[in-house]
Design a protein around this ligand. Structure first.
Ligand SMILES: Nc1ncnc2c1ncn2[C@@H]1O[C@H](COP(=O)(O)OP(=O)(O)OP(=O)(O)O)[C@@H](O)[C@H]1O
Length: 363
């Protein structure tokens, strides 16, 4: 659907060369809501602007629906761009035009007749829930309403792709949620593929099925959202994940712990169905161990539960390891933490853990 192949982009400014993109490869499939996240200056805007050719790559290729944009004549490019709508952080509405006229702009440019324009704009106003604002001007609207108008304008020419450039960054959390819900509806109802750039992991968590993490012009990690959130590989990805999922033990809990050398510490990670199984209960009943839950957190991503649990298991080592082995058979990812000091704390780059073959230890 959208393919970026080895994209490089260099800007020259005041005798300086800025490498905004350094060999980016990205593949967005039809129906994806693909999120690209990164800190300021990572190259996100430059990347998204490549897709509708607002920027051209210094090197590399952009393919949209299998066709390379650099092979197109200007007329073909104009036609290809019709398939791509875009929304912006600051909405980019024309202040001197009404809501109705703003939404109609792409259709007027396509020289559609007035009746067709009226039908389409009326339909879109209904879809975004602003039928009563048709004659209002942008300055009379809230930020969320302005973004709804921006979305309707982007959808006017029936695109198959919607690009979102920090579309919710200027909005409060509640309005952000309603705009993200609207984007999800657009994806599901109109089968529009969505590419979002953002610096907020909550946006990715709420609606994306895939994510790429950018840093200094490169994609440092990418994949299914559930996979990346559940098992981040790069420290930058991990710090983004930690903005929405708490996998660390709060200081208030750490302060109350009384390390006495008894028992062992384990960090458990659950994904999906096994999150609802009463495994701690089974553990106590099946094995001769006692269990102290030090920390628990559940998050929902892509309608799937992702859980983190830190347990102190006490008993004889052989029973503890049998219990740990049992957890492994329940589809729970389990790691032994060396001691209380190595409990993951907020700000740690990576949990310091000791891997163990529980099967061997349990014998
Ligand atoms: N037109 C331009 N001329 C010169 N340098 C540019 C231009 N556009 C972007 N850059 C530089 O390229 C790098 C990447 O910028 P880009 O805007 O793509 O990052 P970003 O991740 O979108 O950041 P932000 O979230 O702050 O917008 C930055 O160093 C930026 O200064």
């Amino acid at each position: 659907m959208i393919e970026l192949q080895d994209i490089h982009k260099t800007f020259k400014r005041k005798g300086q060369t800025i490498e905004a993109l350094k060999g980016v490869n990205l593949r967005v499939e039809k129906g994806d809501i693909y999120g690209v996240i990164g800190y300021s200056g990572a190259g996100k805007s430059t990347l998204i602007r490549m897709v509708n050719y607002l920027e051209q790559p210094t090197k590399g290729r952009v393919l949209v629906e299998g066709e390379a944009l650099d092979q197109f004549s200007p007329a073909q490019l104009r036609k290809a761009k019709k398939k791509i709508g875009m929304i912006f952080q600051h909405f980019n509405l024309l202040e001197s035009k009404t809501v109705y006229d703003n939404i109609a702009i792409p259709l007027v440019l396509l020289k559609q007749d007035k009746k067709r324009i009226r039908e389409r704009v009326t339909e879109l106003l209904q879809f975004i829930g602003l039928s009563d604002k048709a004659d209002s001007y942008p300055k009379e609207l809230s930020g969320g309403q302005k973004q709804r108008v921006g979305i309707a304008r982007a959808l006017a020419s029936n695109p198959s792709i919607l690009l979102c450039d920090e579309a919710t960054s200027a909005l409060d959390p509640q309005t952000t949620k309603s705009i993200l819900d609207l984007l999800k509806k657009i994806n599901e109802q109109y089968h529009i593929t969505i590419l979002i750039i953002t610096h907020e992991m909550a946006v990715i968590q709420q609606i994306c099925n895939k994510v790429a993490v950018m840093e200094k012009g490169e994609i440092i990690e990418q994949g299914e959202v559930l996979e990346v959130f559940g098992n981040p590989q790069h420290p930058t990805t991990e710090s983004f994940v930690r903005t929405v999922i708490q996998t660390s033990v709060p200081d208030s809990v750490l302060r109350t712990l009384r390390p006495n050398g008894a028992g062992r510490l384990f960090k458990l990670k659950f994904v999906g169905g096994n999150a609802s199984e009463p495994i701690v209960d089974s553990l106590i009943r099946k094995y001769n161990v006692s269990v102290n839950i030090l920390f628990a957190n559940m998050s929902e991503i892509q309608s799937t539960t992702l859980g983190t649990l830190i347990l102190q298991i006490q008993g004889e080592d052989k029973d503890i390891f049998r219990a740990a082995e049992f957890l492994g058979t329940r589809g729970v990812e389990i790691q032994e933490l060396r001691d209380f000091q190595s409990l993951p704390k907020a700000g740690d780059a990576k949990d310091e853990v000791k891997q163990r073959t529980f099967k061997e230890a349990a014998v």
